[in-house]
Design a protein around this ligand. Structure first.
Ligand SMILES: *Cc1c(COP(=O)(O)O)cnc(C)c1O
Length: 407
């Protein structure tokens, strides 16, 4: 590769100057190569100003007028996420994943029909049940891992949005993104993918035909369990995308600059964290599948998982950092196992560097497809031997057996 010698303030220039496209982790590590033009700082400053001086002719030549519609620190993180997703139209950060998802559904018209998966983030399912009728949306939930079920739910001229989540929380159900995009587009609808559990490390939904991709950036994109954030990235800057930007500005749903700064810091190491957490999850899945007190391991990387073949086609660099186990002894076996861990933390959320375990059925409530004997595991970056030994002792003590750690 020739030496990189480009104007240092153009975030895209480094990518253009290289003779081969630079890898996402290269661009992420350098935050798109941006150097602050005033101080030459390699870390972009944190922009807190809520307001900006007008030019003598009353214009805003900087492009910034007020901090509710837009913010320069937010833009830094958006540029990295848009690069990771290959999003030609860019990305928009929101104050949470739920705010990002709500903006998409709120950009629809009254009377529109939407198709959503049965296995999805419980908070969004509940929000749709509560707010969908108020927005005059009609919502159908389908088994989205079966393309025929999506096709059968489409209503000619009425269905405007197909929403999928893959891998789908908490069973890690796999939906074929390209097939779903074909079905949505044939009916004149948009496909939006909640790709939180896949992350851009494993899947790039826009390249597979999706129109929008959504993440809870609270999860592995930030990865340090200290920021709540959400993001949408778009393939095309069309009227729908403009309406979403107008909703963010009008509702004041933009991410705060401090949070954007922390997220930017995290994004620089995101590909490394994702690779380490995925290697850990894959190793745990293999070992737990042989454990005497585990009845089923749900992980798309296992050939026993019903979505494995589709996952192998549409995911790269492995199958993600999330898995679930079903525990012998039903709900009480699962709850007792979670009660007996020492190293794993009993907590909700996922994607952080610390490993978390959660009994999901107690969280998700009515309408959840989650079986009562299921524990959800979010793999962090700890030593995988330490993580396995802690789960093994917890499973054994929950089942009154204190045998050795090796199955
Ligand atoms: C956490 C999560 C959300 C919601 O994101 P928040 O940042 O908590 O608002 C949406 N989808 C999935 C898959 C999630 O895990």
């Amino acid at each position: 590769m020739p030496p990189i010698n480009v104007p240092e303030t153009d975030p895209d220039a480094i990518a253009r100057a290289a003779d081969v496209p630079l890898a996402p982790r290269t661009l992420a590590a350098q935050a798109m190569g941006r150097i602050d033009p005033v101080t030459r700082a390699v870390v972009a400053p944190l922009h807190l100003s809520t307001t900006f001086q007008r030019d003598p002719d009353n214009g805003y030549s900087s492009g910034f007028s007020y901090a509710r519609p837009d913010n320069a620190t937010v833009r830094e993180a958006e540029a990295v996420i848009a690069m990771l997703e290959g999003a030609a139209a860019g990305a928009l950060l929101f104050g949470s994943g739920m705010a990002a998802a709500a903006a998409v559904f709120s950009a629809l018209q009254p009377g529109d029909h939407v198709v959503v998966p049965r296995v999805m983030y419980w908070g969004l399912r509940r929000w749709l049940a509560q707010e969908g009728p108020r927005l005059l949306l009609s919502v159908d939930a389908v088994d989205a891992d079966d393309p025929a079920a999506i096709r059968a739910a489409m209503r000619p001229d009425l269905t405007k949005l197909v929403w999928i989540e893959t891998p789908g929380n908490p069973l890690w159900t796999i939906t074929d993104i390209a097939a779903a995009a074909g079905i949505a587009h044939a009916a004149g609808a948009r496909l939006v993918v909640d790709s939180t559990a896949a992350s851009p490390h494993h899947t790039r939904p826009l390249a597979l035909g999706a129109d929008l991709v959504m993440h809870s950036a609270t999860k592995i994109l930030n990865g340090h369990s200290d920021v709540v954030a959400g993001v949408l990235a778009a393939r095309r800057a069309d009227a729908f995308w403009e309406r979403i930007a107008a909703i963010r500005a009008g509702w004041g749903a933009i991410l705060g600059p401090f949070e954007a700064y922390l997220l930017m810091r995290s994004l620089r190491t995101f590909p490394l964290r994702a690779a380490a957490q995925t290697a850990g999850a894959a190793a745990l899945a293999e070992r737990l599948a042989r454990h005497p007190f585990v009845t089923v391991v749900l992980y798309p990387g296992l050939s026993s998982h019903p979505g494995h073949a589709v996952a192998a086609r549409q995911m790269e660099h492995g199958f993600g950092f999330m898995l679930s186990i079903r525990v012998a002894g039903g709900e009480s076996g699962a709850v007792a196992t979670a009660a007996s861990v020492c190293l794993w933390k009993r907590a909700t959320s996922l994607g952080g560097v610390e490993s978390l375990i959660e009994h999901r059925a107690s969280v998700e409530g009515p309408g959840s497809p989650c079986p009562p004997d299921l524990l959800r595991l979010s793999t962090g970056i700890e030593d995988v031997g330490d993580l396995y030994r802690d789960l093994d002792q917890a499973l054994r003590s929950a089942h009154g057996n204190t045998g050795s750690a090796e199955p």
